[in-house]
Ligand binder design. Structure first.
Ligand SMILES: N[C@@H](CCC(=O)N[C@@H](CS)C(=O)NCC(=O)O)C(=O)O
Length: 235
């Protein structure tokens, strides 16, 4: 394990892809931390105090100082634990860093809402429409992979890095949706490069050791569906 450099806590929620992203970054750096699970249905004082703007997880707390927003946290982790002995998460080259940040923002602004749309659809017709929209976004990620990987195994080259974490933290939810609805978001016929990348990512160290099981996500999704149904019924 790398030196802890002070007190480190992570406020999270087990099936949040954004939290998984941060856990993967800390795992890559070999940094130990205290994990504090949050109940997002009943937010506690700690979360509200540490992330008063968005009131969301993840929040990383380093020596009492909070850092919010998963992509900002990953960059922070990369900078604080930058020893030569631990792998760099962001590319060293400024242009490659900018491109990686561009696509990471695309993942959160377009890819995440696209697959969440499939999950939240209330009818099969709506789900099919959302799956079509997600397919278009996924094709753009196939382009990103070609642009960033330069023919290597990962977005970041020969090993997992920033953009791999940005996309890869969503994979267990995509697997859950395949099991629940039979919807395949990263389709090997349409996006062969991305599908092969996803297989490699699942087999990587962070994929095996940090990515949650799809069944945990499916169970959580059913809980949300029941919660919404109950809220709808009581109106
Ligand atoms: N842009 C944020 C998104 C974080 C986020 O949406 N977290 C969700 C869990 S997946 C959350 O805390 N939701 C609580 C809420 O919306 O009230 C990030 O990258 O950290």
């Amino acid at each position: 394990m790398a030196a802890r450099k002070g007190d480190l806590k992570l406020l999270g929620m087990v099936v949040s892809p954004f939290v998984v992203r941060v856990r993967m970054a800390l795992h890559l750096k070999g940094v130990s931390y205290e994990y504090i699970e949050q109940d997002l249905f009943n937010k506690g004082e700690l979360l509200l105090r540490l992330n008063p703007v968005h009131k969301k997880v993840p929040v990383l707390v380093h020596d009492g100082r909070p850092i919010c927003e998963s992509l900002a946290i990953v960059q922070y982790v990369d900078e604080v634990w930058a020893a030569a002995s631990s792998p760099a998460i962001l590319p060293a080259d400024p242009h490659q860093r900018a491109v990686a940040r561009f696509w990471a923002a695309f993942v959160d602004d377009k890819f995440f809402p696209a697959w969440i749309g499939i999950m939240r659809a209330e009818t099969e017709e709506e789900r099919a429409k959302k799956a079509g929209e997600a397919a278009e976004v996924t094709e753009q990620l196939e382009t990103a992979l070609a642009q960033c990987s330069d023919g290597k195994a990962f977005f970041s080259g020969d090993s997992v890095g920033y953009l791999d974490l940005a996309v890869g933290c969503n994979l267990f939810w995509l697997d859950a949706m395949r099991k629940m609805f039979g919807v395949v978001v990263i389709d090997a016929a349409r996006t062969p490069g991305l599908a092969a990348w996803a297989d490699r990512f699942r087999e990587s160290g962070v994929g095996k050791e940090v990515l949650p099981d799809a069944d945990i996500a499916a169970e959580y999704a059913r809980k949300i569906q029941a919660y919404r149904a109950a809220a709808g019924a009581s109106k």
